[in-house]
Ligand binder design. Structure first.
Ligand code: PLP
Length: 339
């Protein structure tokens, strides 16, 4: 059945091995982020059998799926700030949440206390991307309160960059973060507080030769899945790309001449249509049986011919085949590299 997603596990396996090697060299613990594939069992099994013991996801059901796949001890991080309603199950399942509010720490402390367990937590720290995290000053001001939770262990501090505002990690940012950690440890007297960074684009710090013994952990998904660092628009030379391919059938081939509209509306997703720019028409187009319900048309790459991706509706991917020598026909299967 199409559309069909093909995943080359040998490429991913090689990437995991290479990441583990580099991480060992750089004194980092790799954390595999599984939200990109909803912790799909074949990939999780591959990570487990390669020796990965730390997993992170933004969805508790995905973390639960990982837990059910192994009897080995694993660390499971919830990297989306927990909802109040999730706190009981987090303590039940021994999940380590990223937290950015004292109110949530209080609830977790209470829930852990009720169950007679300890709940390790990571404190998320805002570092310039304008998304989650305690402001560093706030964290220091609250250090006395944080130290006093009886059923919580402050496992570490985390920073996440390059997700919303395109703020990239660089030497001064990471050194600043390390300083904040030192100040926090000094003020709280806590021990074994780790620094966790993510995602994939943080690798560039070590690739550039920085020596950062204070950073203990890197959370990555894109690196082992795609071997790329999209925040810097680059493929990573020491990793392999091309693990994901998606293919589907052509369901229509025709010359098309969309009406030129003086006063165009928006597309089905409320976006300004861009295909009008491809005039002069008519052009030969092929419609493929996959759309925005299946794919992200901006992350597909055709490795042959002179074909342009025009865009996608919820049902179809529309490609312009006017300049291609191939005689495309209905029923033909077209294959794209995905990601
Ligand atoms: C998604 C995510 C990551 C992993 O990012 P990649 O760029 O896919 O490696 C790391 N940390 C957090 C908090 C995330 O949400």
């Amino acid at each position: 059945m199409y559309p069909r997603l093909e995943i080359d596990l040998s490429i991913i396996s090689e990437n995991i091995t290479r990441i583990q090697k580099k991480c060992q060299q750089w004194n980092l613990q790799p954390v595999a982020v599984t939200k990109g594939f909803c912790a799909d069992p074949p990939l999780v099994r591959l990570l487990l059998s390669s020796g990965i013991t730390c997993f992170a996801d933004s969805n508790i059901l995905n973390l639960r799926r990982i837990q059910n796949l192994t009897s080995q001890p694993v660390e499971l991080y919830l990297i989306r700030l927990p909802m109040v309603s999730e706190c009981p199950v987090i303590t039940d399942l021994h999940i380590i949440p990223f937290v950015s509010h004292l109110e949530i720490l209080e609830i977790l402390d209470r829930e852990a206390g009720k169950r007679g367990v300890n709940c390790p937590v990571i404190l998320a720290v805002e570092n310039g991307d304008g998304r989650e995290g305690f402001l560093p000053e706030e964290l220091l001001a609250a250090s006395e309160t944080i130290r006093r939770f009886r059923h919580l262990t402050i496992r570490g501090l985390s920073t996440t960059l390059a997700c919303l505002s395109g703020v990239l990690p660089n030497e001064s940012k990471i050194r600043e973060f390390i300083q904040w950690k030192r100040a926090f440890v000094e003020k709280t007297g806590l021990r074994d507080v780790i620094l966790s960074v993510g995602g994939t684009t943080f690798f560039s710090l070590w690739e550039d030769g920085l020596i950062l013994p204070e950073v203990n952990q890197i959370r990555c998904g894109e690196a082992f899945l795609f071997g790329s660092d999209i925040s810097r628009k680059r493929d990573m030379a020491w990793l392999r790309q091309g693990a994901f391919y998606i293919e589907t059938e052509i369901v229509e081939v025709r010359e098309k001449k969309p009406e030129w509209n003086q006063d165009p509306g928006y597309d089905a997703f409320g976006r300004i249509p861009s295909h009008q720019l491809l005039l002069p028409y008519p052009h030969k187009r092929a419609l493929l049986a996959m759309g925005l319900q299946d794919i992200d048309d901006s992350q597909l790459y055709l490795e042959r011919g002179h074909v342009k991706i025009i865009g996608a509706t919820s049902n179809y991917l529309v490609i312009d085949i006017e300049d291609d020598e191939t005689d495309y026909h209905v029923g033909e299967v077209i294959r794209f590299r995905a990601g």
